[in-house]
Design a protein around this ligand. Structure first.
Ligand code: HEC
Ligand code: HEC
Length: 313
């Protein structure tokens, strides 16, 4: 498709930041103004995962294929562990291959690593299990279950030959240096949503189904990710949206539109955070103490975090 949106973001940072900071002088701008980000981004090694046709015809290949099937059609192939209408690839595009949509080849080589979310060094399996609990609003499969073994095999295979011990270009969602020009706004986001998102994701964020299967995934409500998910943080959502939405036209929204749409999306109710304890206020304090989470914040007279009623199975 188009060149990595991360590059577009860097280009914007180079052009817009100096223009805003001092209205003349694009030419005199040097990396010294923001030394922390640019050289690090530029230095990341690039990587292309192997094509599916290279999956071997042996027991390892069979497990890799199983993992790919679970990844693309999670609600079908890992049904006991899924509590909403989503599939892994709804947020990790092209079966987990697409750069800047947290691709699995880049993820695989980032583990083990420490995560503040559960205050421990996470194995890759731990990370996968977390996605089932929060993004899929379901249950974590056992570490030695076929689901985790297959998803691990698929990711390991996608990362065949990748350099290890380094972040790769295109890992995660491109958050570095991605800041909202103005604080995100619900009212502006509502307009962005109506003109750029509702067509596919529905007027009420409910997505669209054909024959009981989602063809456009739900963004909020009982069939979407729960309050504990990474996508519930406005900064993650804004970076994902900027790079990947509207679908097949990633990189076309302005930064402000992406932040506003993310704020609007995440200002709606969704399934309760499975870590909920005592009260919304206490849960906010323990797990959502960030300006990018609206959990426990009142919007339009509604206290976010009450959760949606459980889905009927
Ligand atoms: C609703 C969107 C969504 C869905 C669905 C989803 N994820 Fe994720 N995933 C995210 C977000 C957001 C992050 C980054 C979270 C963060 O930075 O805290 C992430 C991160 C990850 C990572 C770590 C990436 C890295 O580079 O460290 C892995 C591995 C992963 N997801 C696997 C999965 C798998 C497997 C599934 C399906 C079982 C899944 N995800 C479903 C949104 C989603
Ligand atoms: C042309 C249709 C289309 C438009 C327009 C569109 N999306 Fe999407 N969106 C999709 C599809 C399809 C997926 C799932 C991608 C996949 O599975 O490969 C998706 C996935 C997502 C996801 C991750 C999955 C989830 O349910 O949370 C978010 C968040 C999202 N879109 C937000 C937006 C926002 C915000 C806009 C408007 C700025 C937008 N999308 C516009 C089709 C669209």
């Amino acid at each position: 498709m188009k060149p990595a949106p991360r590059i577009a973001v860097i280009a914007l940072a180079i052009v817009i930041v100096p223009l805003a900071a001092r209205s003349s002088g694009q030419a005199s701008h040097t990396a010294v103004d923001h030394p922390a980000t640019e050289p690090a981004v530029a230095a990341l090694p690039t990587f292309t995962p192997p094509p599916d046709s290279a999956i071997p015809d042996d027991p390892f290949g069979a497990l890799v294929r199983k993992g790919r099937d679970i990844f693309t059609d999670t609600t079908r192939h890992a049904q006991p562990y899924v509590g909403n209408g989503l599939n892994c690839q709804n947020c990790h595009l092209d079966a987990g291959r697409r750069a800047n949509s947290a691709p699995m080849w880049a993820a695989y080589v980032r583990y083990p690593r420490y995560r503040a979310k559960d205050d421990k060094v996470n194995s890759f399996a731990d990370r996968l299990r977390g996605c089932f609990q929060y993004s899929m609003n379901g249950k974590a499969p056992a570490e030695d279950s076929e689901v985790i073994r297959a998803l691990t095999a698929y990711s390991y295979w996608l990362a065949s030959g990748a350099p290890t011990g380094k972040d790769l270009a295109g890992w995660g969602y491109p958050k570095e240096g991605f800041k909202p020009p103005l604080p995100p706004s619900y009212a502006r986001g509502q307009k962005v949503y109506a003109s750029h998102c509702a067509l596919c994701h529905g007027t009420n964020g409910e997505g669209q189904q054909v024959a009981g299967k989602f063809v456009f995934p739900p963004l909020w409500g009982p069939e979407s990710f729960n309050w504990g998910a990474g996508m519930g943080n406005i900064d993650n959502a804004a970076a994902f949206i900027k790079a990947n939405m509207p679908f097949s036209r990633g990189g076309t929204l302005t930064d402000q539109d992406a932040w506003d749409a993310a704020m609007f999306m995440n200002a709606h109710e969704r399934p309760q955070d499975p870590r909920f304890k005592d009260s919304i206020a206490a849960t906010r304090k323990r797990h959502h103490d960030s300006k990018w989470s609206l959990y426990g914040i009142e919007i339009n007279g509604h206290l976010l975090g009450t959760g949606t009623p459980p889905r009927d199975q």
